[in-house]
Write a protein that binds this ligand. Sequence first.
Ligand code: CDP
Ligand code: CDP
Length: 224
Amino acid sequence: REFRINIAIDGPAGAGKSTVARKVAAQLSYVYVDTGAMYRAVTWDMLKHGIEAEDETAVLERLKALDIELVPGEDGQRVWLSGQDVTDDIRSLAVNRTVSRYAQIEGLRAKLSASQRQMALRKGVVMDGRDIGTTVLPDAEVKIFMTATVQERARRRYREMPESEAITLEQLEQEISRRDELDRNREVSPLLCADDATVLDTTDMTIDEVADAIVRQADQKIVQ
Ligand code: CDP
Ligand code: CDP
């Protein structure tokens, strides 16, 4: 496996992207890059400073002061924002509920996409998000569009919720649907399947089955 490629994985919330991407990266000794964490870190900071997504000028001004760093670690990727480890903070319900509104801002996307491209320059990257195969890495050697029914995706997310989060399965399903809708319908690089991506419906697949399917595709490209 001398020759290295890039793998782009896109799809809606709860499809299994990050879990599978992490596994695939480990199997190939590649670096996993979770681009959603960057949008989450920005959102967390904006909420903390009371800057609303509607105020694009203020968001872009604040963004200049932010330094986001993704650090690959033993138990996955850690996210640092201007010197602070925010890995756990960015998974809050407050961030879940607002991140897609900040992610619509063109100037914000341009900045994050540019830094994502930098991270993939040397190849050997498994990157997941919404616009990786279409916009960030259109030349990725393997492109996967991962889906599952919204009911299954909500069940998966519900299982990993801490008891302290007061939310029902039905509410969670509604929130996921609303976020998917915003992500699919935004003007700048919306969530959509690239023409040359392989669609994987993971509704009835285990994590290992999905990871194996992707590693097989990667192996074919690597030996070519
Ligand atoms: O893990 P989950 O699927 O819930 O979401 P995520 O990958 O952490 O992404 C959170 C949000 O960031 C998404 O709902 C999108 O609004 C935004 N995002 C994006 O616009 N483009 C990306 N490449 C990655 C995430
Ligand atoms: O990154 P994304 O939002 O697409 O999904 P994820 O965070 O990787 O997966 C959400 C949850 O579904 C995790 O708890 C996974 O363990 C679980 N999962 C599953 O049960 N079966 C799969 N085939 C994929 C993920």
